[in-house]
Design a binder for this molecule. Structure first.
Ligand code: PLP
Length: 404
């Protein structure tokens, strides 16, 4: 490491320009507060895009990482390890699943789920049953398979040819799903609440219809819970609140609370179609990641944490409704638990990023969900005082953006 101080300008010098990060560089975080290189503080209502479910530097996560860091960092899949087995047991105990595959990210968990669906259908029904049905607006990651399954053309442009056998229909449209699903369908993949697509919850009747159509056509129902999982919606996984159980579930983001990890969960008879050597990844089940994720699940699984999500939801929604009434820029406040969207009125459509930038000027971090929605995904344990301060700063930011 050089002793020289790095700046935002260095990003443009040395990083491949897949991102255009904010002008400030955060250097330290504690709970739901962050500080940048200049010592300015921010209230974090963004949560690292639904990752920092327990805020920054949670003492129990720091302790779990330190404990494991002194024991064992990596083994490879030539060996299994204790944290991975413990985490898999917890995930199976807490969900519908019997079996787990560990990966490093949401995209990789989805890649595994899509490959599993193809393989399961190939094994049980033959190669014709290979179609994947997905939804407009969906986001499933950035590998070539997952961008192709995702329903946003901007992410596939220029990366063609794309993998074949993928069909898209509008989200929450039962008729459209009925039209496209057939005995050639191996899987339907959906987010229980579309996150990147604009904070759009699946209608319960739509999720139920997807469930029964999959059953009728021997297709697997995959729930991508990368953004909704680990308490974000107020249930440990959103499928629990929807009352619709998938065949395969993917989880990442908040599972590691900031440490990279992803997982695919399924039932034993489906998992059986993957055999030794049919899929894998060097870091899947990494002891450091699994030790931290085990601690995350222990904390989030505590009824006081999950139970606290609803109260925080109410407080934030009430605050956002107030901002909506006083400023007139938001059409609607929507979402579940602590995954909230403030949809912009027609006059402001396409300008969500301006609110994110104004937020930084006022010391609050928020997100966008597409061009028309300001999104909040704070820590599940954000203190009341930070919520209130964050909302006050957000209102100042909205007024700042309006007067620009
Ligand atoms: N699936 C959903 C629903 C997501 O929101 C995301 C990321 O935003 C992904 C998959 C991709 O996860 P990752 O960026 O960890 O690959």
């Amino acid at each position: 490491m050089t002793a020289e101080r790095v700046t935002r300008e260095d990003f443009d010098e040395v990083m491949i320009p897949t991102y255009n990060p904010a002008p400030v560089i955060p250097v330290r975080g504690e709970g739901s507060r962050l500080w940048d290189q200049e010592g300015r503080d921010y209230v974090d209502l963004a949560g690292g895009i639904a990752v920092n479910c327990l805020g920054h530097a949670h003492p129990r996560l720091v302790a779990a990482l330190e404990r494991q860091g002194r024991k064992l960092w990596h083994l490879s899949n030539v060996f299994t390890n204790e944290p991975a087995l413990g985490l898999a047991q917890r995930l199976c105990r807490l969900t519908f699943a019997d079996k787990v595959f560990f990966a490093n990210s949401g995209a990789e968990a989805n890649e595994a789920a899509l490959k599993l669906a193809r393989r399961y259908a190939w094994k049980h029904f033959g190669p014709d049953k290979h179609e994947i049905v997905a939804f407009d607006g969906a986001f499933h990651g950035r590998t070539l398979f997952t961008v192709s399954v995702g329903g946003q053309a901007k992410y596939t442009q220029g990366f063609e040819p794309l993998p074949p056998g993928i069909r898209h229909v509008p989200f929450n449209d039962i008729g459209a799903l009925e039209t496209v699903i057939s005995n050639k369908t191996c899987a339907v993949i959906m987010e229980p609440l579309q996150g990147e697509g604009g904070i759009i919850p699946a209608a319960p009747e739509f999720a139920r219809a997807a469930r029964s159509l999959c059953k009728r056509h021997d297709a697997l129902l995959i729930f991508d819970e990368v953004q909704t999982g680990v308490g974000r919606t107020g249930d440990l996984y959103a499928y629990m609140g929807l009352g619709v159980t998938p065949d395969v579930l993917t989880t990442a983001k908040a599972l590691g609370g900031g440490f990279p990890i992803g997982a695919m969960l399924t039932r034993a008879e489906i998992a059986d179609s993957l055999s030794v050597g049919s899929h894998g990844t060097t870091y899947g089940g990494n002891p450091l990641a699994c030790a931290v994720a085990g601690e995350v699940l222990d904390i989030v699984g505590d009824p006081t944490v999950l139970g606290g999500v609803e109260a925080r939801h109410q407080r934030l929604v009430a605050g956002l409704e107030g901002i909506r009434e006083r400023t007139g820029v938001f059409e609607e406040i929507r979402g579940l638990g602590l995954l909230l969207g403030a949809a912009l009125k027609d006059a402001w459509k396409g300008r969500a990023r301006e609110f994110l930038r104004a937020g930084l000027d006022e010391g609050v971090m928020v997100l966008v969900a597409g061009p028309d929605v300001v999104r909040l995904a704070p820590s599940l344990i954000i203190p009341e005082a930070d919520m209130d301060d964050g909302l006050a700063r957000l209102e100042r930011a909205v007024n700042r953006a309006r007067s620009r």
